[in-house]
Design a protein around this ligand. Structure first.
Ligand code: ADP
Ligand code: PEP
Length: 532
């Protein structure tokens, strides 16, 4: 097998990983596709896109993720479900994984996370599947070829889908395991082919490391006004809430679609590519993303296609609703070349409200923004987690609980300070249901969401009349040019306003019950915001 450039003093053997079959280092896209085709991992689709259907181990759950609770991190780890793993369990897992890897072929990609060189980390991705190598080559950032000659990794990720963990032996929850060990600088992934795990592992790592440097790591997309990085916007949101869709805005420059840091110098993308949902992808509503599905090397995951013509079926969700395409940032025509932005002028929190209660847009005071950031109310979207088959309301703190290993207030306080220092305007945007809850109402039209965001970002929304929302106390615009007025008042979109009131009261109570856990950690103004 051909091998790309690699530091001659830094091969897997130097990391104690021996006895493997063929190891390729830093193959570029055509060679990775060739290797993946040779291994029967997928098909060449239209325009040279790579089509892959993952095996039965696609499903995952936040419970499959573990941080190894070594002495050095024990006091700082907070994790949904307290999914901590003991160092002893991790050591056994590592030994068993290495034994399983013997004689098998692997693909190594030496990449970086972080577009700002001052805060980037070097990550070595070791993948059993060639297409995972292709995927992560798109999604992380590729060092200049010369830099590969001296590249050493700060962290190594080993992703071996054919390895099945043993919960009794390895201290995990299922055969799928994602284990992060900050002392050993290793991330081990087994039992899942879902490509998202590769990138979300690196995200989780940065989410742990960066707060120590005063950098706010964010589960958000970002863009800026064309030619003007000072006018930057970030869009927080859990999976499926619209980060990718809404940041790919033909009138603004895309910085990135999923993971960013906010430092003293401004915003920077962690990644070098995007990972978009393709379900019901419509060429009119999302032309930029649609175009990537027939570009060379785009990885198209879990989509049904015609075996003769390779025509994709965007509406068939029989494999999963979480069907995806992954491509480098440069495939979006107005993407930033640097992946850097200024200090956000606008902070948008996207929520996919399956209850149909929240308005399509609301302006938040800084204290309200903190309240909604810590609450993280949204819905899990079908297909994004094992067992989730329809939108499921949830509170996912920081709009990304499965990826934030520290306590929520660590991120909350960093965000609060940066919003205050740079005077950002904050908005809550409901991309979920209107006219009723999921099942009776309908999803917010993308066109309406875009119209409202455009008005928020160009400043014209600041000029219109606002009313105070009875349930949450935030400001809601009364009328916005180009957007149907009725949409702005969710109560009016329901056939029966009284059932809206009952649903709203239920939601307010859910917020209050969920927020109790944060009360000991927050300032008085946020407590006041919690009371509406
Ligand atoms: N009003 C809306 N705003 C944003 N996305 C919407 C809206 N209505 C439907 N969608 C759909 O929801 C999905 C959002 O997915 P995506 O942008 O990939 O989310 P994320 O990047 O946050 O995971 C897309 O399939 C998009 O077509
Ligand atoms: C890749 C993921 O995130 P997002 O949907 O936000 O891109 C994920 O949650 O698996």
């Amino acid at each position: 097998m051909t091998t790309g450039r690699v530091n001659p003093d830094f091969r897997l053997e130097d990391q104690g990983i021996t006895g493997l079959g063929n190891v390729s280092y830093n193959l570029i896209e055509p060679a990775l596709i060739e290797a993946a085709l040779k291994n029967g991992e997928g098909h060449l689709g239209r325009g040279g896109a790579f089509l892959v259907t993952t095996g039965k181990f696609t499903g995952r759950s936040p419970k499959d993720k573990h941080v190894v609770k070594t002495d050095s991190v024990a006091d700082t780890i907070w994790w949904e479900n307290n999914a901590a793993m003991s160092p002893e369990h991790f050591d056994v897992l590592y030994d068993d994984l290495l034994a399983h890897m013997k004689g098998r072929d692997f693909h190594v990609q030496d990449l970086t996370g972080g577009a700002d060189p001052a805060h980037a980390i070097n990550v070595r991705m070791v993948t059993e599947l060639a297409w995972h190598g292709l995927f992560i080559r798109h999604l992380l950032r590729r060092p200049e070829p010369d830099a590969l000659d001296s590249f050493t990794a700060d962290f190594t990720v080993i992703n071996c889908p054919s390895f099945r963990a043993d919960p009794a032996k390895h201290g995990c929850n299922s055969e799928t395991v994602i284990a992060l060990n900050f002392d050993r600088k290793l991330i081990l992934i087994g039992g899942t082919e879902y490509a998202g795990e590769n990138k979300k592992s690196v995200f989780t790592l940065l989410n742990y490391l960066l707060p120590e440097k005063g950098i706010m790591p964010m589960h958000c997309s970002a863009n800026h006004a064309d030619g003007n990085p000072v006018d930057t916007a970030v869009f927080f949101g859990l999976s499926g809430t619209g980060k990718t869709t809404l940041s790919a805005d033909p009138s603004r420059t895309l910085i990135g679609d999923d993971e960013h840091g906010w430092s003293d110098r401004g915003t920077f993308n962690f990644e070098g590519g995007c990972y978009a949902k393709t379900i019901h992808l419509n060429p009119e509503a999302e032309p930029e993303i649609y175009a990537t599905t027939s570009k060379f090397g785009t990885v198209i995951e879990n989509m049904v296609f015609d075996p003769q013509t390779f025509e994709l079926d965007f509406d068939d969700d029989s494999l999963t609703a979480n069907m995806r395409c992954a491509y480098p940032l440069s495939y979006i025509s107005n993407a930033s070349e640097t992946a850097l932005g200024g200090h956000p002028k606008n902070v948008i929190m996207l929520t996919c409200d399956a209850f149909g209660v929240l308005p399509p847009i609301a302006r938040l005071t800084p204290a309200q923004a903190m309240y909604h950031f810590l609450s993280g109310f949204t819905s899990k979207v079908a297909g994004t987690e094992r067992g989730v088959t329809e939108p499921e309301p949830t509170f996912s703190t920081c709009f990304g609980a499965p990826f934030m290993p520290r306590r929520p207030e660590v991120y909350g306080n960093l965000l609060r300070d940066k919003i205050a220092k740079h005077g950002a305007t904050c908005w809550l945007v409901n991309t979920g249901w209107t006219g009723g809850a999921y099942g009776t109402g309908s999803r917010m039209p993308i066109r309406a969401t875009r119209g409202l965001l455009t008005a928020a970002l160009d400043g014209s929304l600041g000029e219109v009349e606002f009313r105070k929302d009875d349930n949450f106390g935030f400001d809601v615009p009364v009328a916005v040019p180009g957007v149907a007025e009725v949409l702005l008042d969710p109560r009016r979109t329901w056939d029966d306003p009284e059932s809206y009131d009952r649903q709203a009261a239920k939601l307010v109570q859910m917020f209050a019950d969920n927020f109790e856990q944060y009360v000991p950690y927050i300032d008085d103004d946020v407590k006041a915001a919690a009371l509406g």
